[in-house]
Design a protein around this ligand. Structure first.
Ligand SMILES: [Zn+2]
Ligand SMILES: [Zn+2]
Length: 60
């Protein structure tokens, strides 16, 4: 995989990965290899997995 440009989260480090969900290119610090997602999507993913208690069906 060749990703060029700056991380779309910190915009200061060279991007090395592309998020599987939103397609953002991010540096190693802002990529979650376990999920294959950028930090922002990984945070949402974790929240949606753990946030079943309220059943909040928000679009985001
Ligand atoms: Zn970054
Ligand atoms: Zn993402």
């Amino acid at each position: 995989m060749s990703v060029t440009g700056l991380c779309q989260i910190c915009e200061s480090a060279e991007a090395q990965f592309a998020c599987d969900r939103c397609g953002a290119v991010v540096c190693q610090a802002h990529y979650d290899p376990a999920l294959g997602l950028c930090e922002e999507c990984a945070a949402e993913e974790r929240r949606s997995r753990n946030g079943d208690e309220s059943g909040f069906p928000g679009p985001r």
